[in-house]
Design a protein around this ligand. Sequence first.
Ligand code: CA
Ligand code: CA
Ligand code: ZN
Length: 190
Amino acid sequence: MQVTCFLLKHSCCEALPAKRAFLCPFWELRPVTTSGNQTKNNRMASRSINDLNPLLAYAFGRAEAEFKALYPTAPTPFLTATFRSNEEQNALFNQPFDKKDNDGDGKIDEADERVTNAKAGQSAHNFNPSFALDVAFKTKTGAVDYSDKWFDLFAKLVLKTTGITWGGNFKSLKDKPHFEVTGWEKLVKK
Ligand SMILES: [Ca+2]
Ligand SMILES: [Ca+2]
Ligand SMILES: [Zn+2]
C-alpha cells in the first residue's frame, strides 16, 4: 500500500525508519475495514489497544505513562472503547430513546441523553484499526471515575502528540472521554 502520510507529507511506510513508524498512521499495513476482527460478540466494543490506529496507540501509551508519573495517587486511565462495530454504534445511537431517564437527571429528556451523533459507519470508532479511543479512570478500589478534572489533565498529555483531536474540544456534543485522529474522515474516503 502506497499512501501519502498526512502528518509527515511523504510516501510511507518505506520512507520511515522503523523506530519512528509510530508517527505515521499508515505504518501498519493492515487495511482499514469497517468489519471487525472480534470473535466472541460482535455487539461489544473492543477495548484492545491492538484495534487502535498506531498514532493513537502511541499517544495513549505516552500519556498514560506520564499521567501515572505526574499524579501517582490519581485514578489510572484505561481504554473503554477502541473499535466499535456497526451494530454497537447503532445501539449506542439509539440508546437514549428508550423512554427511560438514562442520565439520571430525573427527566425523560431524550434529546439531552444522547451520547453520540454518529450512526453506524459515521464514527471514527467504526473502522479497524480504530481512528478513535474512549478513556475512563479507575480508582484504587476499582471504581470507575468520570470526573472532568482527570479528563482535562489527561487530554493535555495526549495532545502533546501531534495529529490528535480531543472530543472535549468538539463544538457540538462535547465528548471528554473521546480522542481521535485529526482528519480521519479524509483517510477513509473511498
Ligand atoms: Ca432515555
Ligand atoms: Ca434524563
Ligand atoms: Zn469515542
